[in-house]
Write a protein that binds this ligand. Structure first.
Ligand code: N01
Length: 536
């Protein structure tokens, strides 16, 4: 495929890929393998995406290492050795760098190069893309590998810029080590990032104050070194593990008890929860098949965790504040290493900001209810403008110059989470409307990358230059995503899945629930000659 360029200096590619995280790296490798000319633009100075930026203390994956890894290369998955059950951020970043070197990816990646805009040129059926550094390129296909949790959410706290000390966002952590020894530290937020970093920071800081708006459920990770024999056993049958994972709703191979929590006795229920608690990790939410379908069933699991919190945290008032009242797993379950125990330390205090929010930030510290707490460091563990934030940061314009932001003003609209009507030849890897954040991201990324690569190869083989989701297909898909979510307990809390964490963001449930039926649909669409798309 080739296309036009504005000037002899502007380059044209078969595909431009935005982002060099796990999605962008594999997309590049796959397209190259098919003989396409692709170029990646990445705003960071290195590969790794979310694992490049989220360097906060304690950052670690909540999916087990043996599953949170690529499977497209058997040599890679056999040769790479993970050191822990749950890999920490430095190890995952080493893995990302290893992949970049192993497949010689860097020669086609421009680092320190954010994308500012992408506009579809209808005359030439190509994307005109400009970088934040002022470069202009064109590409037949534009592939957004921008990540689901990559646009940091920084609340507009009055006076934040006047704070005299250091201020860090967990999702934009500095490249250098941050030492909290002897310092007074305030952290805002109690999601996964805070749950992971609080126990580590508390060990260093003179005093750590946690500002909590909503308590979250956390289950223990029980992280441990990964024994070589365990790793070998998995590798001997890696295909089996991957296959089992593909059959699970979230793409992770832990077992889900195929019973209702309400059809077993109280003792059986408790035994199941205890066993899952002792095993550790996200599999707790698979204790019974109806935990996210039936409130009464969910209450039994929620109450189990509440009891655990009350048993761990010594001070009853603190324990009470830390005890969530909402549906368990409605927000992403946190996986912790000593989170609740940390509140038993004399140098940690919890401030409830559910009724009286942070009033303002002053040069000395944080003001709540008229009282200033002085700090040397403030940490914003305030999460992300999830799923749409990174896309909306780029000025993306489709047919007739319509901005994607405008089209998505009432919430994202996609077909399969891969494409949006009015934006031909634009693909979103793990976009809104796909299982993405409700799954193990690595296999989900691979499934999207392979689908997109096959699609582009199909266009080439059939001398087609343009693919675009049709409006009826998109409308039906959006309806389906909403319908499935409405049959669950997911819409009952203010999660980032719904965009509820960002003031003014439309409340729309963004991910598609159910990895296996989703994959089946994608495969059927491709096998049917890309049904729901217009090809020309
Ligand atoms: O962000 P979050 P995160 N005033 O949105 C609070 C993945 N992840 O970075 O709940 C005061 O969960 C907000 O309060 P509330 C994982 O999928 C994975 O922790 O909105 N507080 C909340 O407590 C995770 O779900 C890992 O009331 C404010 C916190 O900030 C996702 O990333 C590790 C506020 C934000 O929590 C996001 O996690 C880390 C305000 N104005 C992250 N605004 C793994 O383990 C927000 N908050 C792989």
């Amino acid at each position: 495929m080739s296309g036009p360029t504005d000037s002899p200096h502007a380059a044209h590619f078969d595909a431009v890929i935005v982002g060099a995280g796990f999605a962008g790296m594999y997309m590049l490798h796959r397209l190259r393998g098919l003989g396409f000319r692709a170029r990646v633009f990445e705003s960071g100075t290195g590969v790794g995406g979310t694992w490049y930026w989220n360097r906060y203390p304690g950052a670690r994956c909540d999916v087990e290492s043996m599953e949170y890894s690529y499977q497209f290369s058997n040599d890679l998955q056999q040769q790479w050795e993970w050191s822990e059950r749950y890999a920490a951020q430095p190890e995952i970043l080493r893995y990302a760098n290893h992949v970049a070197d192993r497949f010689d990816l860097r020669r086609d990646i421009d680092f320190d190069t954010p994308i500012a805009s992408a506009a579809f040129d209808e005359q030439f059926n190509c994307w005109r893309i400009t970088t934040g550094t002022g470069r202009a390129v064109s590409a037949t296909h534009c592939i957004m590998a921008t990540g689901c949790l990559s646009s940091a959410n920084t609340p507009k706290f009055e006076g934040l810029e006047t704070f005299r000390g250091a201020c860090y966002h967990t999702g934009r952590w500095p490249q250098h080590d941050v030492d909290f020894t002897g310092l007074r530290v305030g952290i805002i937020g109690t999601g996964s990032s805070a749950v992971q970093s609080i126990p580590i920071i508390a060990q260093q800081a003179r005093h750590l104050t946690v500002f909590q708006r909503t308590p979250n459920y956390a289950v223990p990770a029980h992280n441990a070194p990964l024994a070589p024999e365990v790793q070998q056993a998995v590798k001997a049958n890696y295909g089996d593990l991957r296959q089992r994972a593909r059959q699970m709703r979230n793409g992770i191979a832990w077992p889900v008890t195929q019973k209702s929590a309400l059809e077993v006795t109280r003792e059986e229920r408790r035994a199941e929860y205890e066993a899952r608690w002792a095993r550790g990790g996200l599999s707790f939410s698979g204790s019974f098949m109806d935990l996210l379908l039936n409130k009464e069933a969910n209450d039994t699991a929620a109450e189990f965790v509440r009891d655990k919190i009350r048993a761990i945290v010594h001070d009853p008032a603190t324990a009470n504040l830390l005890t969530p009242k909402s549906v368990l797993s409605c927000k992403r379950l946190c996986v912790d290493i000593g989170y609740y125990e940390t509140y038993n330390r004399p140098n940690v205090s919890l401030v409830d900001i559910s009724a009286l929010p942070i009033e303002m930030i002053v040069p000395e510290g944080v003001v709540v209810a008229g009282k200033t707490t002085p700090f040397d460091v403030i940490i914003l563990a305030t999460g992300f403008d999830a799923m749409t934030g990174a896309l909306n940061k780029i000025d993306i314009r489709g047919i007739d110059g319509v901005p994607l932001r405008e089209k998505w003003a009432a919430g994202p609209r996609t077909y399969l989470g891969l494409s949006s009507a009015g934006f031909p030849n634009l693909f979103t890897i793990t976009g809104p409307g796909s299982p993405s954040v409700l799954t193990n991201m690595l296999p989900t990324i691979e499934q999207h990358v392979e689908w997109i690569a096959d699609c582009i190869a199909h266009l080439r083989a059939n001398q087609l230059h343009r693919i675009e989701a049709t409006l009826p297909a998109e409308d039906a898909w959006v309806e389906k995503v909403n319908e499935i979510a409405a049959g669950t307990l997911f819409p009952t809390c203010n999660s980032w899945y719904l965009g509820a964490n960002v003031p003014g963001k439309p409340r729309v449930f963004m991910p598609y629930i159910g990895f296996p039926p989703y994959v089946e649909t994608c495969n059927a669409v491709a096998a049917g000659g890309y049904t729901g798309f217009a090809l020309s």
